[in-house]
Design a protein around this ligand. Structure first.
Ligand SMILES: NC(=O)c1ccc[n+]([C@@H]2O[C@H](COP(=O)([O-])OP(=O)(O)OC[C@H]3O[C@@H](n4cnc5c(N)ncnc54)[C@H](O)[C@@H]3O)[C@@H](O)[C@H]2O)c1
Length: 253
């Protein structure tokens, strides 16, 4: 039986853990060669070790998605190693400082917006430049339910993720006739280190997060990975400019 992305080359940023690692694993299980990029190279290598156990070709790449040269070098490294780039999941992201707008510092604002929004754009810029001259491709960005609604004390993250949703739609239009689809996933609260860190701050509890979702639980990274793999595959060939909620019903409330 062939996999959903058999023979394809996929890039996952922020693949050292969490949703990125789960997605890299699903992509490998569905037949892709996967490049795992992260500022945490050791973590990216650990993910690659898991992919190699699955038998898939895999590559670990060090990247800081806020650094234009580093992002350009990441795309070059992937295309040099595998000779192609068919799909990219721009997933690297950081959480907010859990303060209202008048209390966050400029440094905190810049950190969140630079990684979550500018980093997504920088990755798209170089991925799209390659895809335009190499037969197109599919891009998925990491948005969030906070790209559509919000909650207390996440001003920079909300602004950045609303920006990711807008950027996704804008690029979907610009490249719709070039064989490049651009979509996003909008997860609810997913059980990863990012959520563990916010729970550890003492400002939000696990049950607060669970209660956000009509399903009354947190999501699992593998549940987001399924949506990303579908969006990266040809099964979603007429889908572009869409933010796919993986949120236990949260946005329906
Ligand atoms: N976990 C959730 O509840 C949730 C919900 C909605 C959206 N998201 C989004 O999904 C994505 C993944 O989240 P996660 O929960 O797996 O987080 P995580 O913290 O477990 O993983 C994020 C990864 O991004 C990497 N990273 C951070 N800054 C980077 C940079 N400048 N350059 C390169 N890599 C960098 C980290 O090293 C880490 O491996 C993020 O964009 C996040 O905003 C997460």
């Amino acid at each position: 039986m062939t996999g959903l992305v058999d023979g394809r080359v996929a890039l996952v940023t922020g693949g050292a853990g969490g949703i990125g690692r789960a997605t890299a694993i699903r992509l490998a299980q569905e037949g892709a060669a996967v490049a795992v990029a992260d500022r945490d190279l050791q973590g990216a290598r650990a993910t690659v070790g898991l992919l190699e156990e699955l038998g898939g070709p895999a590559l670990a790449v060090a990247v800081d998605v806020t650094d234009p040269k580093s992002v350009e070098a990441m795309v070059d490294a992937v295309t040099k190693e595998f000779g192609a780039l068919h799909g990219a999941y721009n997933n690297a992201g950081v959480e907010d400082a859990l303060q209202p707008a008048h209390l966050i510092t400029e440094k905190q604002w810049d950190h969140v917006v630079n990684v979550d929004l500018k980093g997504t754009w920088l990755c798209m810029k170089h991925e799209i430049a390659y895809m335009l001259t190499h037969g197109g491709g599919s891009i998925v960005n990491a948005a969030s339910v906070l790209a559509h609604v919000t909650m207390s004390n996440v001003p920079a993250y909300t602004a950045a993720k609303h920006g990711v949703a807008g950027l996704t739609r804008s690029a979907a239009l610009d490249y719709a006739q070039n064989g490049i689809r651009v979509n996003a996933v909008s997860p609810g609260a997913i059980r990863t280190e990012l959520i563990d860190r916010t729970i550890a701050s003492g400002k939000v509890s696990e049950s607060d997060y669970a209660n956000l979702h009509p399903m009354n639980r947190l999501g699992e990274p593998a549940e987001v990975a399924e949506a990303v793999v579908w969006l990266l595959s040809d099964r979603s060939s007429f889908v572009t400019g869409h933010c796919l909620a993986v949120d236990g019903g949260m946005l329906a409330t």
